[in-house]
Design a protein around this ligand. Sequence first.
Ligand code: ARG
Ligand code: ZN
Length: 468
Amino acid sequence: MLQGRFTSALSGALIVVTLTSCSPSGASDRGPARSGTAGASGIGDADFPTDGNGGYDVGHYTLALGYDPASRRLAGTTTIDATATENLSSFNLDLRGFTVDAVTVGGRSAPFSRSGDEMTVTADLRKGVPFQAVVTYQGEPQPVRDSSNLGSYGFIPTKDGSFVTAEPNGAKTWFPSNDHPADKATYDFRLTVPDGVTAIANGELQGRPASSGGKTTFVWRETHPMASYLATMTTGNFLVKTGTSEAGTPVYAAVDPRYQGQLTRLYELSGRITDYWSTIFGPYPFKSTGGVIDDYASGYALENQTKPIYGGFEPDEGIISHELAHQWFGDSVSISRWKDLWLNEGFATYAEWLWSEHQGQGTVQQIFDRHYRNAEDPIWNYPPGVAQKNDLFNNSVYTRGAMALHALRTQVGDQTFFTIIRRWAADHQYGNATTEQFTALAEQLSGQKLGELFGQWLFDKGRPTTLG
Ligand code: ARG
Ligand code: ZN
């Protein structure tokens, strides 16, 4: 699903396509019409030019995949239900590694070629017309291993299964996709693993896992639009606890046996913090909540939709509150381009500070002041509203992004501030949004000109003097 501003940014390009394609509308009814153009190999994010693809909008993915931890072999099909947004002669999918055995479009075999992490599928598609592509593939997943910056991410084989965390562009390491958060979609997962292994995905389990011939199939469904980097297929030996939070949201918690002592704590904290955030940010946007602790030492956590994952450590309340706040900010309201990442990380970090204060520990003001006092902090050299593509998750996006929100709160007052935050979550629920939309909303609801404040906190180098 393409949303809002991002779609309108593409409309200039659509006009060009319309002018250069001479076919009358409805040509698809009269047999092959070779009037479309090749879909772009990137969705149009200037900082990540080959991420995602142009010319179509995915509505739904159906992933029917088997994984065998012993051989590290992933095999199956990805079915993509999409709509062309231009007349196309071909379109691209992002896929890294694997052997592709077949591609069909509309039930017919379609020629394809591969180059790096791009796959090009030849098909005549009409603007506005839905189509279904099915990709059959197999092989050993090749996660991205970035030694300088992002660490390892994507589909990471572990000793008993897989640890799947794909931010920013690692969905392509396990399924062919439009791998960029600007194109969100709903998901069905049919995950087959050896008996005794648990397969965890987003959303809710559909019925009891069924076993046959030594293998068990887990069916999961995420009915709310999701960015590709939030999709997961985490497998292995897990202890699972399910139930319902006090406010009535289903909770699914799973831990590797090494973290057995954490299961009840993770389950309870995840439910309690989800309930608390609903009182601050507005209704919880998804049908279930939870968390997963695996024993793979990723060095980070990820806010996988409905099921944040913690890689090889006992998460403290700060990080659990951070990942659960992302369910509103990042997962439900998603960015359309990576330079707006502070809208995810600044908000989730601010939530950590709110949780600290709520717990009777350091107040938000104390935490803000401590960071502000540190004149030597490198965050003053990195404005958070500008993508550092070689250091995407830099501390400024987190800490200075959170400080920008506190400066706003100080400027507009508590009541207006929390109204802005709730309106942000409500207005863009399940969609995509930009920094410009956030600053415009803040100005609208406060009735104040905030250009100087946001300029200093988000876009300018140096330590801001506008403290709100
Ligand atoms: N969004 C995650 C967080 O909440 C960070 C993800 C980092 N990704 C990576 N490949 N290192 O902090
Ligand atoms: Zn985060």
